[in-house]
Design a protein around this ligand. Structure first.
Ligand code: AAL
Length: 429
């Protein structure tokens, strides 16, 4: 190679090395500048490529939208009093609670629920020793499963009993409560808590039983066997399987449930999952149970290709809406307030094995302690919301709820708390 050629090649190499170096320095500078850029006035709809606080990272990573208004799993809840149910002047002798999901059949909505009609109001679980064959302990003691139908979801016509208490010693002889519905291969299945002892004697202990029918109108045949048994001794769900809640998902029956565990006085409530190919079982409990660390009555619905859940009342993540892409591993998807208790939504695709769950817009829930604890009973109510891919109701997506001062003053201090505060004030003087 001639000296001239060698010099030329060396020169070219130096120039290209310098160019590369310049380019990489420019890139570094640009990235550094972007990382330190102030957060823009207009909220970026997707995560911007700048350094973010963990709260802002979460805002983009954990929710289905950057604001509640853009989040398909955020909603507020609206409530309407139902027409068509009589409560004996709310004297505590009639109770309706823990509604099932709502289904639409032959142009009518159906809901099943716990129905108690006893000579006296419940004496309370703390006085369970005073309960008899006709005096209930809990509001759901000595109950049956009744059902009602409706043309519009607001006015209901009570149809009477669907599942009565079976004779002793069958599962549920003391009380059949807290039911939910499944449609599977042209038949209907009602799952419910079957009490074989007075609720409150030890805890609120029961397994789950099932009855089936060829039509939502019945007649219902009791399977007369425990279908979701309590866990083995020492396991989290050894005493109670509550709030059975079946959906069809991934070609199988996914039945979610709640259990009370840890014992009194620090009762803990979490949710479990049992899966079956056959509605009469066997149901296999998920090895990761409890699959949800919070929640009370179980409310789930197919959403997109996963399962969404209303997580209420109990646990670190109470009053959140959660989502599990696989129906098992739930993450917080939204935070809201004034959730419906024991919500049984109308879920058009609850049993269609959908891979694109459309969500929910309304259902039936309950209010407990309607008047006083001495006349304790519950009433059914309607809730509406926008947790649907097909509805966009900005009126359901606000953040504020304007409540009167009386609402807050009702959550006043009790006598013991006032005494503690007064003592602390005196001690400072
Ligand atoms: C509800 C439900 C179950 C319990 C009782 C009646 O909150 O969790 O149904 O057993 O209370």
């Amino acid at each position: 190679m001639s000296t001239k050629k060698l010099l030329l090649i060396t020169g070219l190499c130096i120039i290209s090395f310098w160019a590369c170096k310049q380019e990489s320095e420019t890139t570094t500078v640009t990235t550094a500048e972007t990382e330190e850029a102030p957060f823009p006035f207009k909220l970026p709809p997707t995560k911007p490529n700048i350094k973010l606080s963990s709260a802002l990272e979460r805002n983009y990573d954990n929710y289905l939208g950057a604001t509640p208004q853009d989040n398909e799993l955020y909603t507020q809840f609206k409530y309407t009093e139902l027409k068509g149910f009589d409560y004996n002047n709310h004297d505590g002798t009639i109770s309706r609670r823990d509604p099932s999901k709502v289904i639409l059949h032959d142009g009518k909505y159906y809901v099943w629920y716990t129905y108690r009609n006893t000579a006296t109001p419940p004496v309370g679980t703390k006085n369970a020793d005073k309960a008899t064959d006709v005096i209930p302990s809990a509001d759901w003691d000595l109950s049956e499963i009744w059902y009602a139908t409706s043309e519009d979801g607001f006015t209901w016509e009570e149809q009477g009993v669907a599942v009565p208490r079976p004779p002793k010693p069958h599962v549920g002889w003391r009380s059949v409560t807290t039911t939910d519905i499944l449609e599977w291969k042209g038949k209907w299945y009602l799952y419910y808590q079957g009490f074989m002892e007075v609720s409150g004697k030890r805890g609120d202990d029961c397994p789950v039983a099932v009855s089936y029918a060829d039509s939502p109108n019945g007649p219902w045949t009791p399977h007369n066997k425990i279908v979701i048994p309590n866990g083995g001794e020492g396991e989290w769900d050894q005493f109670s399987i509550h709030d059975p809640y079946p959906l069809v998902y991934k070609d199988k029956i996914y039945l979610y449930y709640k259990s009370d565990f840890n014992g009194q006085p620090n009762l803990i409530r979490m949710q479990g999952l049992a899966i079956a190919d056959n509605p009469l079982g066997p149901f296999e409990k998920h090895p990761l149970n409890p699959i949800m660390n919070s929640g009370h009555e179980t409310t789930m619905f197919p959403f997109k290709d996963g399962i969404a859940a209303l997580v209420i009342r109990d646990g670190s993540e109470h009053y959140t809406i959660q989502y599990a892409e696989d129906g098992v591993n739930f993450e917080i998807a939204a935070i809201s307030s004034y959730f419906p208790a024991a919500a049984g939504p109308f879920i058009p695709d609850a049993f269609t094995n959908t891979k694109d769950g459309r969500g929910i817009t309304w259902g039936i829930s309950h209010f407990t302690n309607v008047t006083t604890w001495a006349e304790n009973h519950a009433v059914l109510a309607r809730f509406d919301c926008d947790l649907s891919q097909d509805v966009n109701d900005p009126g359901m997506k606000r953040n504020h709820t304007y409540l009167k001062p009386e609402f807050y003053y009702k959550m006043g201090l009790n006598k013991k708390q006032k005494e503690r505060i007064n003592a602390a004030t005196e001690a400072l003087k």
